[in-house]
Design a protein around this ligand. Sequence first.
Ligand SMILES: [Zn+2]
Length: 326
Amino acid sequence: MRGDFIKRKTKPAGKDVNAWDENSSFWSYGSQDLNTSVPNASSPTSFFTFIPNVPYFDLRIYRESKVKSVIKVHSEDMYRLLENVHFDGDYYRIKYIRSEDWEYCWDLAVRVQFFGKMLGMTLYPKRLVSQKEKRVVYRSMILVNPYQLWDETLVNKFWNLQERIEFLIARILFHECVHVIISLGNIMPSGFGNTDIYLEFRKMLEVSVSKKLSTEHNNVQFRLWNLVLFGASGSESEEKLLERVQEIYEFLINEKYSNQKTGKSFYSPSDNKKIARKYAWMAAVKAGGSTQVTRRIWQVEARRLSIALKELFDRIDMELSNMGFK
Ligand SMILES: [Zn+2]
């Protein structure tokens, strides 16, 4: 059984990368304690919120143009993506292409608000198909939660509150946009979504499944397979379960890439151990949780995944730097 799925290569881009939107899952960029619920003092739609020591902080002090110019310094591709998007929660068209008889459009909405302890998240694209007009529209929504405003390092770096919030929003948005750009590359008809970011991500994914890294890769796949079995309802086909393993695997590499890219651009080096720990836990949740086993067994397996993942991440870095990528 094990040998079977290990041989499977990552699916080619563009086929069924939509898998997440069926169950309204999302790529998320969580902080250390994701399971903390939304504080009840803040209403999700309000710009005002209660923060200890600073009651009724008005988030609207940030200047959208400043956030965009911070992003522009780090990536032209991303700046172009966001150029016409206002951060008001409405959808704006960021991409439009015509391929064969069909039109493909991508709409993006960005919203800045406090909501618990997740730095941000990207709702995985909703796909709207109109057979009549021969048009496919993808809609992504990014939520940015700059709740770490009083983080000590950030405060020391930016005494000015307005600058601090703009930097923080830019950094979170950057991370989430990396996910959007990768989705664009995966989903748009081949060639249309190619950007430096997308190609770099594909490179990382490719290296991670290469022969040289097969031990590390297999270890991660093995843990993922166990977690998917632990979370299965019992009625899924083996095919379905293997697909889930692949999706979660790709999610993990996607997060490594996004964290690393953002860290590099915003001068905060990423740490494989930290990333592995954070996302192994999320992967275990995505796999379905502890449906078939006790919570303790599930937690042990999630921890083993985190260890295997760190080893894989380290090897990826080593391999990429041997190949001349920084
Ligand atoms: Zn992320």
